[in-house]
Design a protein around this ligand. Structure first.
Ligand code: HEC
Ligand code: HEC
Ligand code: HEC
Ligand code: HEC
Ligand code: HEC
Length: 218
């Protein structure tokens, strides 16, 4: 029997492992840098979606309310992305042969959901809740911009911690009547200022967004 010997190339392997290990700190730095920049701070991030769905057409021109599709936004932490059935409510009759809608028809036939790419994505250690904002009169536009004018959704705000805190310290700059939260063209009445109207709403509804760490890091 031959005595077991390591083949010559295993020396190379040892050297390679060494190189990988010494690169590990770089990898960690890269990860932190990525976490801080790529997804969360990327104002303007607009991934290509599997279907060229347009908010400018549906929410803008056709005037469909946000809650028709994002139905959980007032009751839950997450604003649900609509299911294929929601699209098919209209598209089993409208544009039934459009190639742009082929992935929707395929999804309806197979029962497999469409793989939409997330646009906004906070790191897991930060807690966010839609209903607590929307039900207190913070409109979608304060955090997402004029979605009704976007052909492709993009991230409008930095979603950084200081951005959250700026509003938590002075929410009156953003408050509106609760029945106006999905109104993209919301404007003040003649002679009103946001500061006066916001302070009045803040007092009426006793709105005091907390700023202690455990609010968002639980
Ligand atoms: C007819 C259905 C429909 C309506 C109405 C609608 N949306 Fe959407 N929305 C979608 C779909 C589908 C996506 C996922 C694809 C995409 O990002 O474009 C989406 C994505 C989004 C996103 C990005 C989600 C992410 O991945 O981070 C935001 C923000 C958003 N919608 C806000 C709104 C607002 C605000 C309104 C009302 C002005 C609205 N939507 C109306 C269907 C709809
Ligand atoms: C309330 C009805 C309604 C719902 C719900 C709806 N759409 Fe539409 N959609 C329309 C109408 C109407 C048009 C056509 C507008 C036109 O041609 O002037 C359209 C057009 C489109 C087009 C362009 C088709 C082409 O060939 O030009 C796409 C893509 C599309 N919708 C995707 C979606 C997706 C994805 C969903 C679900 C998230 C959805 N729609 C939900 C009514 C709806
Ligand atoms: C106070 C800021 C704020 C307001 C107001 C707000 N959003 Fe968001 N939205 C966010 C943040 C932050 C995220 C990313 C959440 C995450 O990654 O956990 C998000 C994510 C989303 C998503 C993706 C699904 C999800 O929940 O992660 C949709 C869809 C959405 N918002 C729709 C809406 C609509 C529609 C409105 C108005 C009715 C609205 N948002 C109001 C901040 C806001
Ligand atoms: C445009 C203003 C605005 C922005 C931006 C904003 N918030 Fe808020 N937030 C509010 C208001 C208003 C409330 C409701 C306060 C109340 O109920 O008194 C609130 C409440 C909350 C609550 C619930 C607090 C509780 O009562 O337990 C959490 C959690 C929260 N915000 C997290 C975030 C995070 C995370 C971000 C950033 C990603 C953010 N918020 C950005 C205005 C804002
Ligand atoms: C209103 C919500 C909110 C409050 C209150 C809050 N944070 Fe944050 N924090 C966030 C969000 C959102 C992020 C993620 C930001 C990003 O993606 O860059 C974050 C990120 C962080 C990070 C990661 C590093 C960084 O700066 O990106 C640390 C550390 C941190 N917070 C500590 C704290 C401490 C300590 C407190 C209390 C003094 C606190 N936070 C209060 C929302 C909040």
């Amino acid at each position: 029997m031959q005595p077991f010997v390591f083949p010559r190339w295993s020396n190379k392997l040892v050297r390679l492992t060494g190189a990988v290990l010494s690169a590990a700190p770089l990898y960690v730095i890269g990860l932190v840098w990525y976490g801080a920049s790529a997804k969360t701070l990327d104002v303007g991030y607009a991934p290509t979606q599997p279907v060229p769905y347009s908010h400018a057409l549906h929410a803008g021109e056709l005037g469909i309310d946000c809650r028709y599709c994002h139905s959980t936004v007032e009751n839950a932490a997450q604003a649900a992305i609509p299911s294929t059935e929601t699209c098919m409510n209209c598209h089993q009759r409208i544009h039934t042969r459009s190639p742009k809608l082929e992935p929707i028809r395929a999804s309806a036939a197979s029962g497999l959901p469409v793989q939409w790419t997330k646009v906004h994505d906070l790191p897991d250690y930060a807690y966010f809740n839609h209903s607590m904002h929307v039900d207190n009169g913070v409109g979608c536009t304060s955090c997402h911009g004029r979605i009704d004018k976007m052909e492709v959704v993009y991230q409008h705000e930095p979603l950084s911690m200081s951005w959250c805190l700026d509003c938590h310290r002075a929410p009156e700059q953003h408050l509106r009547p609760v029945d106006q939260v999905t109104n993209m063209g919301y404007g003040l009445a003649e002679g009103q200022t946001q500061l006066a109207a916001g302070l009045e709403l803040r007092r009426q509804h006793q709105i005091n967004p907390p700023t202690d760490c455990s609010t968002c890091h639980r």
